[in-house]
Design a protein around this ligand. Sequence first.
Ligand code: HEM
Length: 192
Amino acid sequence: MLFFVRSLIHLICLSPALWLSFVLYRGGESLGADPVKEIQHFLGFTAISILLSVFLLRILITLGKQSALSVLHRSLGLWAIFYVLLHLLSYFLLELDADLSLFFHEISRRTYLILGFLSLLILFIVPISLIPFVRRHLGKNWLALHKLVYFSLFFAVIHYLLATKSIEFMAIVYSVLTVVFLIIIFYQKSQH
Ligand code: HEM
């Protein structure tokens, strides 16, 4: 059963990448007047949707006391990182023409990019800290580092709100969900 659910998660998470590859293969006409922006938005939206699902799954696992399902949690987390990486690459390669100094210049002068960068940094650090060798070396600092994961979602959702510039319905929905999920997770933690 676990194998089936895990395979389903992989299939669902792979489908946005497959869809985008298909659209690009067909010439990308359906991406509108600004395909680069459309690709960035699509990948960013997919990344934050999967990231939110990671937190929702954490809540459900704790509620159902099903720690065996943590493996699904890890799979989803890796997919979120995959899409964040593609989102970043689409910006760096397609919009900035792989200009590293322009990239750091842009990041340093836009708040929403700083927040996106911080969120991405945390998303990369946390799984690395799970490697047994790294975890052993971090000792007590491991737990503190692991708690940073809550900030990754928080920073990502503010990045989303600021990136959209005008008030966008889904950005508001995701912000509300973020606050609700974080409150529930902290409540669940306080009960243990
Ligand atoms: C270094 C890291 C990042 C960079 C450079 C970056 C860059 C960008 C850029 C350039 C935009 C489009 C802004 C515009 O329309 O002009 C954007 C939008 C967005 N980004 Fe990021 N981002 C980063 C990290 C993240 C992360 C970690 C997430 C989520 C997990 C994320 C989710 C989003 C979302 C949801 C949008 C808006 C999509 C929409 O309008 O539908 N980004 N980002």
